[in-house]
Design a protein around this ligand. Sequence first.
Ligand code: DON
Length: 304
Amino acid sequence: MPDFQSILEIIQQDAINALDKGSVATYIPELAHIDINNFGIHLRTSDGNDYGIGDYNKPFSIQSISKVLALAKAMALIGEDTWKRIDVEPSGHPFNQLALLEIENGIPRNPFINSGAIVIADILVSNLKNPKKDFLNYVRDLTGDDNINFNIDVAHSEKITGFKNFAAANLLKSFKNLNNPVEEVLDFYFHQCAIEMTCEQLTKAFFFLANKGTCMLNKTRLSKPQAKRINALMLTCGFYDEAGEFAFEVGLPGKSGVGGGIVALLPDNYIITTWAPGLNKKGNSKLGMLALEEFTSKTKLSVF
Ligand code: DON
């Protein structure tokens, strides 16, 4: 067994010394205030050992990481019907690109680019009684922690500046791939993205995907094949036009968010969450990606 704590300490030191930490997302104004020097990692092994370093207990905006949990909830609710409205191919383009959506008649390439996540949000709005409350409770239940909340200021900040997401939702509507009103679906989507969690909470929430669909509290959340499919999608689409790079350098299914978080996992082995708010040009955490590359290289624990 590798000495995980010492490895995390080396990775933290390298991150502190890094000359280029990327830059914090500013297109959601409320995220622009976050201190770029935050850095945390939390690791949980499948046999129940926990390791944390740095700011692993500070909440941050999970943003696109929420898309994985939203997809899991949609698949639990409507199963295979999910794939009538969204494809499962990497897009090779930025997360907010719209050209492919138009060319491909309103069927998003995958559930992790924004247009795909907006279709998933539409499914949840149609199938949950109180969509925002029920989804938040789902995330709390997965984590076993009622201290998880939306940051209303972040949701509002994105609502008044999210013109591209409004364009995506309207385009979907024009292709009849959005059943609920644009405003209602985006209100849900902006709140979903504005959930705040710590590295440790995210590691716990994602446990079911490393554990064949059964969560930390021993409840079956998805079938084994469904968990397998979500992991496949994280590997191929979790980092947008940098998914190849992440598979090449890190070799794990994972998902990033513009709040600077990344969750990655090795099925039946471990879940790891990093937080470093500075992003690279593709919108993924710069030091988070480097940290995970270092982690899988030093531990030799990746899917490949
Ligand atoms: O819709 C957006 O643009 C944001 N709420 C989420 C984008 C995001 O996190 C992309 N991931 N790296």
